[in-house]
Design a protein around this ligand. Structure first.
Ligand SMILES: Nc1nc2c(ncn2[C@@H]2O[C@H](COP(=O)(O)OP(=O)(O)O)[C@@H](O)[C@H]2O)c(=O)[nH]1
Ligand SMILES: [Mg+2]
Length: 415
């Protein structure tokens, strides 16, 4: 598992746009300044080198990145974690499954980011997206860990917050519920694509519109700007990395309350969306049928044939929507069972690895004691023992539970 060393710390002024007025300017949160100090004293300048420090295991935390396709989730995740998740061209989606990034160390924590697909993929239906996210979140929750934060990405350059963004945002809200809003960071990016005035006006609209971010901000979420730099992304993380991990609505509903996925708030929301879409198609179908009858009466065969083809497409869409509504519960259960198997396997592997680590630790202790007790040892023997000690210490390298579990679940989905 790739656990990266600490990166350089963000500058206290991470949002670089100089044209903003003071009120709009990014302010680092107080906990960021604190954590910067503690991280710096832990890693940088002065103090003992890491290899000589007591091996206190850093806390492992999991942070989910959500938002519409093309909102920059994978770019943000890659930047922070030095991962290589596929980045889309334009609005074409690249992330069609939940993906666990490389674990990295920052602010004294081992952080794993989870990149999620948007509810607007051109190739994968919203039903499949919900299924994947739900399997991932319930499986990680069952392994005993909650999310420390949820980052919701939004392009400030979007001229209008259209249907797609709204659908993504409403699904995101239903997945999280209201109790976790304090752990939510709403992050606007792509500020370089707008003038500062325009961006600030849109930000105000997002902040105050009751159909957009206002209710979430009132519930405790923080609205932040990301300037596209590593320092800026780390400053965003500072807001969420220190949170008390909380249970998301979908985790509570699926795991604690044993609800069928179709009865969870997110499942109901998706069904509502699908029902609305179906109703729209049914109304179109009725219209087409009227037009077809008129064409028939007028013996306009060409128009009738064209309408017939549109009617066929509509019927297909309606069938697909009905299928999507039906299969959610069934397929969720199947995918969850597969994920459970993988998780059980990985937990077994990790338990073995832990036992091996404990064994190595014991050897280290014994060897160190032996060397201390026997000062009269020949120089060459001492050198040999030192080398063995160094080897053992190297092998003691940490493994992140989240990274391993997350990747095991990622691989369940064959998209
Ligand atoms: N200007 C600008 N472009 C970005 C930024 N983040 C991502 N992009 C671009 O937006 C497109 C979609 O990014 P991607 O990370 O794949 O979005 P995702 O679908 O949410 O994962 C890609 O062409 C990126 O290069 C940003 O902060 N600024
Ligand atoms: Mg992506």
């Amino acid at each position: 598992m790739a656990a990266h060393g600490p990166r350089s710390m963000p500058s206290p002024q991470p949002f670089a746009s100089s044209a903003m007025n003071d009120r709009d300017r990014y302010q680092p949160p107080p906990q960021y300044l604190q954590s910067q100090q503690s991280s710096l004293s832990q890693y940088a300048g002065g103090g003992a080198p890491r290899s000589q420090m007591p091996s206190r295991e850093p806390e492992e935390i999991l942070i989910a990145v959500m938002g519409a396709t093309g909102s920059g989730k994978s770019t943000f995740t890659n930047l922070l974690s030095d991962s290589d998740l596929a980045v889309g061209e334009g609005l074409k989606s690249c992330t069609t499954k939940v993906e666990t990034a490389n674990t990295f160390e920052l602010y004294g924590k081992l952080i794993t980011l989870v990149d999620t697909p948007g509810f607007d993929d051109t190739t994968v239906s919203d039903t499949d997206i919900l299924k994947m996210i739900a399997v991932y979140l319930s499986s990680t929750y069952e392994t005993g860990r909650k999310l420390s934060g949820i980052i919701y990405m939004h392009r400030i350059s979007d001229f209008r917050v259209g249907g797609v963004s709204r659908r993504n945002f409403s699904m995101f809200r239903k997945l999280c519920g209201d109790e976790t809003l304090r752990n939510v960071a709403l992050v606007t990016n792509m500020w370089s694509e707008v003038t500062p005035e325009r961006g600030a006006a849109r930000e105000r609209e997002l902040r105050t519109d009751p159909l957009l971010f206002a209710p979430v901000i009132n519930g405790g979420a923080t609205l932040l700007r990301h300037d596209g730099t590593l320092a800026g992304a780390q400053a965003v993380l500072a807001h969420v990395a220190q949170n008390t991990p909380r249970t998301l609505a979908i985790q509570r509903e699926l795991v604690d309350e044993h609800k069928d996925i179709a009865d969870t708030a997110a499942g109901v929301e998706l069904d509502r969306e699908l029902a609305a879409l179906r109703a729209q198609h049914v109304a179109q179908l009725a219209e087409i049928q009227r037009e077809m009858e008129a064409a028939l009466a007028e013996k306009d065969e060409q128009t009738r044939a064209e309408l017939e083809s549109v009617r066929g497409e509509l019927l297909q869409n309606i069938q697909k929507i009905e299928g999507d509504r039906d299969r959610l519960s069934r397929e969720f259960a199947e995918e969850k069972a597969k994920a459970d198997e993988r998780v059980a396997q990985i937990q077994e592997d990790l338990a073995q690895e832990k036992a091996a680590r404990a064994e190595r630790q014991l050897q280290i202790t014994q060897l160190s004691e032996e060397m201390a007790n026997n000062r009269a040892l020949h120089a060459r023997e001492r050198e040999n023992m030192s080398r063995q000690l160094a080897d053992l210490r190297r092998q003691r390298s940490r493994g992140g539970l989240f990274g391993s579990i997350g990747r095991a679940i990622d691989s369940v989905f064959g998209f």
